[in-house]
Design a protein around this ligand. Sequence first.
Ligand code: ZN
Length: 160
Amino acid sequence: MIIEKDKVVQFHYSLTTVDGDFRESSDKGEPVAFLVGRNNILPALEAAMLGKAAGDNITARLPAKDAYGEAVAGAVQRVPIKHLATKGKLTPGQVVKINTAEGLRDGTLVKVGRFNVDVDTNHPLAGKALDFDISIESVRDATAEEIAHGHAHGAGGHHH
Ligand code: ZN
């Protein structure tokens, strides 16, 4: 069965920034599951998987614009420490969660003061080209319920 619209795909991935200073992978946890055609994952990553099948390995290099976008200048904001959802010792370069009116946001600490921090609110991976190494674990038909919800259920997907 090949990857196309309305299939549910489970995959493992490792992700490295092309500059090599960030690395993440799903290999120690359960695979990631998504429903094809619903913007569940980065569109460029999904496009690289179309037509592939279980057992296939895919490498894809995504430019920043196809990954988390270009970094925006002037995205550094001063935030009271009490508005951070991240507790404990704060160190410049650390990625923190900020409570905002729209929910939690990621930011990278630029400067840490006594009561406030300066936070770069660009996504930590903004402005970076990414290398993905993907292994397709399974491909199956989506259920009617998954299609109605617009996401995958079960291992690696949504649990209601
Ligand atoms: Zn659902």
